[in-house]
Design a protein around this ligand. Structure first.
Ligand code: ATP
Length: 323
């Protein structure tokens, strides 16, 4: 991933287009000094997330920028953040503002107190009942449907970006994947760099567009349909407490998914309707995948009573692996 790849968002033309964006964002500017920064919550591709205080508890996502003092980087940052302003939904993290003064760029959101679905499923090994599983899936579909209605593609929907606390789902990091282009660790040389747990969410068309020369998630042709594919993987994780493709090396996953081979569901003890949702989200052709409004209807119709898995063992998939 070379510097040429970011020229699009950092060109002069791009810079001048930003003037109106900058004006609209002024009211969302939060002076860095006003933040009472607390403990580090974690590190991600973009930088470091802190808990903190700014008129109440907040999460502070501080970016490690590649070109820390570059005016065009700032404008590109503003353009990416500006999508946040449009979002107000109970299943989406609340955007409160951003520090938009170089060299400190940060995004301030509400602080999610629960655990991510990733932690519930893969670390805590929590087993949700079918009715809770369906309810979580419905809330994710609601948030995603809202984003798509606003013209926003998430581009990085995964269980790590979905918080769950006291029965409520909160989706984070929508649209932020573009910021990886600006971040310090974006350049990795001419090999394919695969963030842990990322491949399982990539649709066949995204798999086929992976190239060693442009491996960054932001460089891929994401669409609303690729979000739906990723949603299918979230649904799989919720049902099976596992990753799809468990045990397969990355190159085998890329080859299989790219050619339209889906993980076997033979051992998933679930009703036909439950599996059908999975298969529809994972449809090879993007246009065969349902939109989130249709998904909500399909989820509504599911019987919520019986937990469709073997009591002692969640699910046995013949070919499944951590990816
Ligand atoms: P990646 O960068 O690959 O997406 P990630 O999702 O772990 O990985 P970040 O989104 O930067 O990386 O998050 C770092 C940590 O901060 C994670 O543990 C994440 O759950 C946590 N986190 C992110 N946003 C919030 C938030 N609004 N409230 C509470 N914790 C958060």
């Amino acid at each position: 991933y070379g510097s040429g790849s970011i020229s699009g968002i950092m060109s002069n033309e791009g810079c001048s287009r930003q003037n109106s964006v900058s004006q609209g964002l002024r009211e969302w500017h939060i002076p860095y000094d006003e933040l009472d920064k607390g403990q580090v919550i974690g590190h991600g591709r973009f930088g470091t997330v802190y808990s903190g205080n700014w008129h109440g508890q907040v999460a502070i996502k501080e970016l490690h920028m590649e070109h820390g003092n570059d005016q065009c980087t700032l404008e590109a940052f503003k353009r990416e953040v500006s999508t946040f302003r449009k979002t107000r939904h109970q299943n989406l993290v609340l955007f409160m503002g951003a520090c938009m003064k170089l060299p400190r760029l940060a995004i301030i959101t509400s602080l999610c107190k629960g655990s991510t679905l990733y932690k519930h499923i893969h670390i805590l090994k929590d087993k949700f009942t079918l009715s809770v599983t369906i309810n979580i899936a419905q809330q994710v579909a609601q948030g995603m449907g809202y984003l798509h209605a606003k013209g926003i593609v998430h581009k990085d929907l995964k269980t790590k970006n979905i918080f769950y606390e006291n029965g409520k789902v909160v989706i984070t990091d929508f649209g932020l994947v573009n910021l990886t282009r600006l971040c310090r660790n974006a350049r990795v040389g001419s090999w394919l760099s695969i963030p842990a747990g990322w491949l399982c969410y990539l649709s066949p068309e995204l798999m086929r567009s992976l190239q060693a020369s442009s491996p960054q998630p932001a460089a891929l042709p994401h669409t609303t349909w690729t979000d739906v594919y990723a949603y299918g993987t979230v649904w799989f994780e919720l049902l099976c407490n596992e990753w799809p493709h468990k045990g397969l090396p990355p190159e085998a996953i890329i080859w299989q998914v790219g050619r339209g081979i889906k993980p076997s569901l033979a051992h998933l003890q679930a009703s036909r309707d439950v599996k059908d949702i999975l298969m529809e989200c994972w449809a090879y052709k993007p246009e065969d995948r349902p939109d989130f409004a249709s998904l909500q209807k399909l989820l509504d119709k599911l019987p919520k009573k019986k937990l469709a898995r073997s009591p002692s063992h969640p699910i046995h998939l013949s070919r499944s692996a951590e990816c």
